[in-house]
Write a protein that binds this ligand. Structure first.
Ligand code: ZN
Length: 340
């Protein structure tokens, strides 16, 4: 009888082990939780002069929301305070889920500040909400990742990428070397948008230049463009991240395009030349009337406007980005860890 019980116990144990092993982030993440975060940030905006900008009550309330959420998960977020160029008090937040190999870090970031003109729900509560959901599922499943996952919630991005730059500048050489990869998630729910990922090997530069020539741009300006893009060299290892990101979206049957121009315009900026980096953003270029007969180019519907609220979210695109980030974080940081 003992033998038989042992036999069954072994079968049961191996079945449980199998179940645990199949616990992938992509199966755990839940769109509804992401949506709930967006509603919370929308509410924060509504209660605070319709914005969540750096140093404002809405910005501080957003920070407090993130801190409270992470603390309730049993995590210990750390604030990194700085003063931005306009004298506003900024505060980046980082939080770590320790991996089996400490000192081997994957950094995943999204800015939580909005512009002063609107609540910034697409730009960039969307990225923040994805990070919070990824953190929650890892923490609740008790997953111990291969590498240490360091999540960053940047402040003062909208004033010129100041928060992530302050953070990067404060790191020592050794601390920078510990970061194996940086993944940036910014504005990932633009209605009818095109999912863009960083062009880390400059493969799109010639196309951009050809297009400029076709549009009658002066030769001197073409030379300047060429020099500008030529100087944008991503750190070695970025191409691997680019390929992995393409594969993640391909697995979801979602199309992406490569883009180089956005590397400087988001929190990828301080990192990409030094640390293997990849960024995800969603763009829908539109021209909008300025009211006085002129037109301005806008990167997304309601971009930097009061209408970037909860009604400005493309659910299908946001869900695709959530799943892609889950796949990427699994591959670059979590590995095939079994939960404990
Ligand atoms: Zn943004």
């Amino acid at each position: 009888m003992i033998k038989k019980i042992l036999f069954f116990t072994i079968i049961l144990l191996s079945l449980t082990a199998c179940n645990k092993k199949q616990e992938k982030l992509i199966d755990l993440v839940n769109y509804d939780s992401v949506w709930n975060h967006l509603e919370s940030f929308d509410k924060i905006g509504k209660e605070n002069n319709s914005n969540r900008a750096v140093g404002t009550p809405g910005g501080i309330a957003s920070k407090n929301y993130i801190v409270e959420f992470l603390t309730n998960l049993g995590l210990s977020p750390v604030a990194h305070n700085f003063t931005n160029r306009s004298g506003a008090q900024g505060s980046n937040l980082t939080v770590e889920i320790k991996g089996k190999r400490d000192g081997d870090i994957v950094l995943i970031g999204a800015h939580y500040d909005s512009v002063v003109f609107g609540p910034g729900i697409n730009d960039n509560a969307s990225g923040v909400a994805i990070l919070l959901e990824i953190i929650e599922v890892i923490q609740k499943a008790g997953i111990v990742p291969d590498k240490t996952l360091r999540f960053a919630f940047w402040d003062s991005e909208e004033t010129g990428v100041e928060g992530s730059a302050a953070y990067y500048n404060a790191l020592s050489e050794d601390e920078r070397k510990q970061i194996a990869a940086y993944l940036n998630v910014d504005m990932v729910a633009s209605t009818d948008g095109e999912i863009q990922i960083s062009d880390t090997d400059g493969s799109t530069v010639q196309g951009v230049l050809d297009e400029a020539v076709k549009n009658g741009v002066e030769p001197e300006s073409i030379d300047m463009l060429k020099a500008f893009y030529g100087a944008m060299k991503f750190a070695p290892g970025s191409e691997k991240l680019e390929q992995l990101t393409k594969d993640a979206f391909a697995q979801l049957n979602v199309e992406v395009v490569e883009d180089l121009t956005f590397a400087m315009n988001s929190d990828t900026g301080p990192f990409f030349a030094q640390i293997p980096t990849i960024g995800i953003t969603v763009v829908k270029e539109t021209t909008e009337s300025t009211g006085d007969g002129g037109e301005i180019l806008s990167f997304a519907p309601c971009y930097h406007q009061a209408c970037d609220d909860i009604n400005n979210i493309d659910k299908r695109i946001l869900e695709s980005c959530l799943k892609a980030v889950a796949i990427i974080v699994q591959q670059i940081g979590v590995g095939n860890s079994v939960s404990e």
